[in-house]
Design a protein around this ligand. Structure first.
Ligand code: SDX
Length: 428
C-alpha cells in the first residue's frame, strides 16, 4: 500500500497521506484537502467517510464480522453477561472479578430515581411515545445530578456518571411503561441483576413480585448484548457530533435516543412487527409485500432488511434467528409472525432485487419476535434498543473526549440563489 495518494486537479498534482487500521481498513487523510486544493469532498450519508479513529467496535460488512474490543460477537453472545459487555465496551477490557463486583454495585446503587423525578412521568400524556419520554427524562436526570454536567471522560466522576446513566436508563424505561399503562411504578430491587431488575420494574405488581424465568432473563441479556455498539451508526454518530461541542454525556445520549427513534434505524424493530402483523391480517402472501418493496414508486421498504455496512449477513440476525427458535420452543409459544418472517427471508434469498442490492435480514428482523416472546410491549421495542446501545454511546462519547477531537462541523455545497438585493414590499 502506498503512503500517499495523488490527486491530479486543475493541472496540479496534490499528495495526501494514507494510513491503515489494525484490521487493514485503509484511508486517505483528507483533513487538509480544502486548504490545499479549495475543493471539499461530497459524500451524502457519509458512506465513504471516516469520522474518527476508534478502538471500540469493528464491523466487516462483507464477511459478517462484528467484534467489540476484539472479542467476536458470537463469543460474547454465548458466554458473557450484558454487564460484562457494557464494561468491556466502555473500558476496553473484560472486568476482573473485583471490577465486575464494583461495577455491579454501582449499577445497583444508581438504579433508583430521585423522588421528585417520578412526578415528571405523570406530566406526560398516556399516548406519549416512550422514546420521547426517554430522551426528555435523560436530560432531566442531569438536572438532579448537576455534577454530571461537568464530567470529563476519565477518573471517578466519569465512572460514576457512566454507571448512573447505564443504570437509570432502565429505570426510566420501566417507569415510562408503567405510567403509560396506568400501573403503579415498581422501584428497583437491589437483589436482582441488571436484566432481572428491569423485568421486575416492568412487570411486578404491588401484590405479586414478577417471577423472572431464567429463559426470559437470558433472552433479554442476549438482546442487550447484540445491541451494545455498532461503530459509527446514525445514533452513535449523533452522540459524537453533540459530544464534540463538549456537551455533557446525558444531553449527548439524549440526542442519540432521538436519532435512534427513526424507522430506518432503531425504530425498525417495531416496524418489522407492524409489517409482519399487516401481512398476517391482510391474508396476502409475503410475495405481495416483496413486490411492493421492489416497486420504485412505492415508498414501502421491507423493514428489518438491508444495512449500510453488512453486504452479506448481519451476524446479530443469525444469532437472534437461532435463539428466537429456541426461546419460543422453551416458552411453548407458537408465534405465527415467526413463520411469516421465515417465509419473507426465504423468498428474498431467491429474489434478484434483494440479492443484487445485498439486502439481507439485519438485527431488527428477528429482535422484535424475541421481545414479543418475553412480553415487551411493541411501543417499548426501540427503548429496549436504546438500553442495549447505551454502553456504545457512553464509550464513543468517552473516546471522543479522550482523543480531544475537534467540534464536528461538516461543509456543504451551496445550491441556492446568488447574491440579490432586498426589495421593499411595494416592489415585490
Ligand atoms: C439499524 O448503521 C448501523 O449499524 C445500524 C444498526 C445498528 O446496530 O446501529 O445496524 C441498526 O439501524 C439496522 C437497519 C434497520 N433499518 C431497517 O431495517 C429499515 C429498512 N432498511 C432500509 O431503510 C435500508 O436498508 C437502510 C436504512 C438500513 C440502509 O440504507 P442505505 O445504506 O442508505 O441503503 P439505500 O437506502 O441506499 O438502499 C440501496 C438500495 C436502494 O435501491 P436502488 O435505489 O439501488 O434501486 O436498496 C434498496 C433501496 O431502495 N433498499 C431496500 C431496502 N433497503 C434498501 N429496498 C426494499 N426494502 C429495504 N429494506
Amino acid at each position: 500500500m502506498s503512503n500517499t495518494a495523488t490527486l491530479n486537479l486543475d493541472g496540479k498534482i496534490y499528495e495526501f497521506d494514507t494510513g491503515i487500521g489494525t484490521e487493514n481498513e485503509k484511508y486517505i487523510d483528507m483533513a487538509h484537502l480544502r486548504s490545499k486544493t479549495g475543493y471539499i469532498t461530497l459524500d451524502p450519508g457519509f458512506g465513504n467517510t471516516g469520522s474518527c479513529f476508534s478502538s471500540i467496535t469493528y464491523v466487516e460488512g462483507a464477511k459478517g464480522i462484528l467484534q467489540h474490543r476484539g472479542y467476536p460477537i458470537e463469543e460474547l453472545a454465548e458466554k458473557a453477561t450484558f454487564v460484562e459487555v457494557a464494561y468491556l465496551v466502555i473500558y476496553g477490557k473484560l472486568p476482573s472479578e473485583n471490577e465486575l463486583m464494583n461495577f455491579s454495585a454501582g449499577l445497583k446503587e444508581h438504579a433508583p430515581l430521585h423522588t421528585n423525578l417520578e412526578h415528571h412521568f405523570s406530566g406526560f400524556p398516556k399516548s406519549a411515545p416512550p422514546m420521547a419520554i426517554l430522551s426528555a427524562m435523560l436530560n432531566l436526570v442531569a438536572c438532579f445530578h448537576p455534577e454530571v454536567l461537568e464530567v470529563t471522560s476519565d477518573g471517578e466522576d466519569f465512572d460514576k456518571t457512566a454507571t448512573l446513566l447505564l443504570s437509570k436508563v432502565r429505570t426510566i424505561a420501566a417507569f415510562a411503561y408503567r405510567m403509560a399503562a396506568g400501573k403503579p411504578i415498581n422501584h428497583p430491587n437491589p437483589n436482582r441483576g441488571y436484566c432481572g431488575n428491569f423485568l421486575h420494574m416492568m412487570f411486578s405488581d404491588p401484590y405479586q413480585e414478577f417471577q423472572v424465568s431464567p429463559i426470559v432473563e437470558k433472552a433479554l441479556n442476549l438482546f442487550l448484548i447484540l445491541h451494545a455498539d455498532h461503530e459509527q451508526n446514525c445514533s452513535t454518530s449523533t452522540v459524537r457530533v453533540v459530544g464534540s461541542s463538549r456537551a455533557n454525556l446525558f444531553s449527548s445520549v439524549a440526542a442519540g435516543v432521538c436519532a435512534l427513534w427513526g424507522p430506518l434505524h432503531g425504530g425498525a424493530n417495531a416496524a418489522v412487527i407492524a409489517m409482519l402483523q399487516d401481512i398476517k391480517s391482510s391474508g396476502r402472501k409475503p410475495e405481495y409485500y416483496i413486490e411492493k418493496a421492489k416497486d420504485k414508486n412505492d415508498p414501502f421498504k421491507l423493514m428489518g432488511f438491508g444495512h449500510r455496512v453488512y453486504k452479506n449477513f448481519d451476524p446479530r440476525a443469525l444469532i437472534l434467528k437461532k435463539q428466537v427458535h429456541k426461546l419460543l420452543d422453551e416458552l411453548h409459544i407458537n408465534d405465527e409472525l415467526l413463520d411469516i418472517s421465515r417465509e419473507l427471508e426465504e423468498a428474498t434469498l431467491k429474489d434478484d432485487f434483494f440479492i443484487s442490492r445485498n439486502l439481507y435480514p439485519n438485527v431488527d428482523f428477528y429482535s422484535g419476535i424475541l421481545l414479543r416472546a418475553i412480553g415487551i410491549p411493541l411501543n417499548m421495542y426501540t427503548v429496549m434498543f436504546a438500553i442495549g446501545r447505551m454502553p456504545g454511546w457512553i464509550a464513543n462519547w468517552k473516546e471522543l473526549l479522550d482523543h480531544k477531537q475537534r467540534i464536528s462541523r461538516p461543509r456543504q455545497i451551496y445550491t441556492g440563489e446568488n447574491k440579490r438585493r432586498y426589495t421593499s414590499l411595494i416592489e415585490r
